[in-house]
Design a protein around this ligand. Structure first.
Ligand code: HEC
Ligand code: HEC
Ligand code: HEC
Ligand code: HEC
Ligand code: HEC
Length: 319
């Protein structure tokens, strides 16, 4: 009886395992030909190694690049872009190549999948730099709406000398840069040499973005203090309402940044910071020796000193 039921369990488990194994390859295969094919264009394939060898020989003999070289360049570009994309938040969220480039991801051959493709230097291409805001705006409507209200957008349309989305969110990682990077990015145009006023923009932008990071940190700190105050039985309803206000403003900051009105942006940061301060004042722990006063205990160095002194005295007495 026991053996029989054991057998039943074993057979069912085996069947189940077989079924799961049968499912896995299908779950892994993407139904997107752009990804399936570009994934295989690895940069270290034999062909490419050979090509590099030829290129080095060419360089040694000072032979200029042939058409073949250029084809290879596009190929390696397509590879590098795949690699960068695969590590991006876009990849994680299933935003695949055709979302920005067009084409038909249901087609298996390159020719059919790339149908109606245009080079990114073609003003009709969805990734041509003046078309980029609309392409990204299909999903990032908040950023696009604010951007369309900016002087940058108007200059981009009229003069073409203005940043587009990819000036600051570089393909294909599409990350948000660190505040210190904005000194160079904004400085590419806003400098006395490039003659695009206002010239103090680069430092101001860096300063603003650092303030955003500080705000995030302060909100986190306030929430921790609220957590402990609540545990100690304090009524934290009002403090929570203040941090919720700050969080709401913080959430709106990123889209709003794209109108490039630094005064408006700075005012929003200040108003959120005031809310956090009000919350902090209500839940700030009253006795925080580690924060407010210098420790009076000997500390690690002091302790090791005392221990070694005792050891020396012990050794002397032993003799
Ligand atoms: C069967 C393989 C294959 C498929 C499918 C494929 N590609 Fe490509 N793609 C390539 C290769 C190889 C290159 C390198 C350049 C070349 O050989 O044309 C490339 C180049 C590109 C380029 C650069 C084009 C240029 O001329 O500057 C883009 C953009 C691109 N692919 C996007 C896509 C998108 C989007 C899809 C899906 C709709 C897709 N690819 C489907 C193989 C493929
Ligand atoms: C979120 C939008 C977006 C996604 C997703 C995306 N790209 Fe791009 N890609 C762009 C933009 C914008 C440019 C233009 C960059 C520039 O002008 O500097 C570009 C440029 C390229 C180029 C350079 C040459 C050309 O003629 O277009 C290649 C190759 C390319 N992408 C391949 C890919 C592949 C392969 C994938 C998928 C693995 C992919 N891209 C996914 C937005 C995207
Ligand atoms: C098909 C929809 C789609 C398109 C088109 C698209 N994105 Fe995204 N993007 C997303 C999603 C989804 C996320 C994940 C975050 C989220 O859910 O808001 C994201 C995230 C981002 C992030 C945040 C990345 C991070 O690491 O925090 C940036 C920046 C970004 N996208 C820029 C762009 C730019 C620039 C373009 C145009 C070249 C673009 N996106 C086109 C859907 C899209
Ligand atoms: C001049 C530089 C610049 C340009 C141009 C720009 N961005 Fe941004 N973007 C930023 C900065 C800086 C942030 C972070 C703002 C913050 O932390 O408050 C950001 C944030 C974002 C985020 C939010 C990421 C998150 O964490 O929530 C998305 C999405 C995004 N941008 C998309 C776009 C799109 C789409 C465009 C074009 C319409 C664009 N950006 C144009 C600099 C830029
Ligand atoms: C590709 C060039 C370019 C880059 C890069 C650039 N800008 Fe600008 N910016 C302009 C132009 C052009 C103007 C319009 C100047 C004028 O009105 O004379 C402008 C104007 C501005 C203004 C004034 C807006 C107004 O309404 O008067 C602000 C603020 C600004 N930029 C912020 C930034 C920030 C922040 C960055 C970096 C994250 C940046 N810009 C990067 C070209 C650029």
């Amino acid at each position: 009886m026991r053996v029989e039921s054991f057998n039943k369990i074993l057979i069912t488990s085996l069947l189940l395992a077989g079924f799961v194994l049968f499912l896995i390859p299908q779950a892994n295969a993407s139904e997107n030909s752009c990804i399936d094919c570009h994934k295989t264009l690895t940069p270290f394939i034999e062909e490419q190694k050979k090509f590099n060898q030829i290129r080095i020989q060419h360089l040694e003999r000072q032979v200029t690049c042939s058409l073949e070289c250029h084809e290879e360049r596009v190929r390696s570009l397509a590879t590098a872009n795949y690699q960068q994309w695969s590590e991006s938040l876009h990849a994680l969220k299933g935003v695949t190549c055709e979302a920005c480039h067009g084409g038909d991801p249901a087609q298996a051959t390159k020719e059919k999948a790339h149908k109606n493709f245009r080079n990114n230097t073609d003003p009709e291409s969805p990734v041509y730099y003046t078309n980029v805001p609309k392409t990204c705006g299909k999903c990032h409507s908040g950023e696009l709406a604010n951007f369309e209200n900016s002087t940058h957008f108007k200059r981009l349309e009229a003069l073409k000398l203005a940043p587009t989305c990819t000036t600051c969110h570089v393909p294909h990682t599409f990350t948000v840069m660190n505040p210190e990077d904005f000194r160079t990015v904004c400085g590419n145009c806003h400098s006395v040499y490039k003659k695009v006023a206002p010239y103090d923009i680069p430092l101001k932008a860096e300063d603003m973005l650092m303030k955003v990071n500080k705000l995030k940190f302060n909100i986190e700190m306030a929430r921790q203090d609220i957590f402990w105050a609540k545990k100690n039985g304090t009524d934290v309803t009002q403090a929570e309402a203040y941090t919720d206000n700050a969080l709401k403003t913080l959430g709106g900051l990123a889209p709003m940044w794209h109108e490039f009105n630094l005064t408006h942006f700075g005012d929003e940061i200040d108003s959120a910071s005031k809310e956090v301060k009000k919350a902090e004042e209500m839940v700030k722990p009253s006795h925080t020796p580690t924060r407010t006063s210098v420790p009076k205990t000997p500390g690690f160095v002091g302790l090791t000193g005392i221990i070694s002194l005792l050891a020396v005295m012990y050794l002397i007495r032993k003799k």
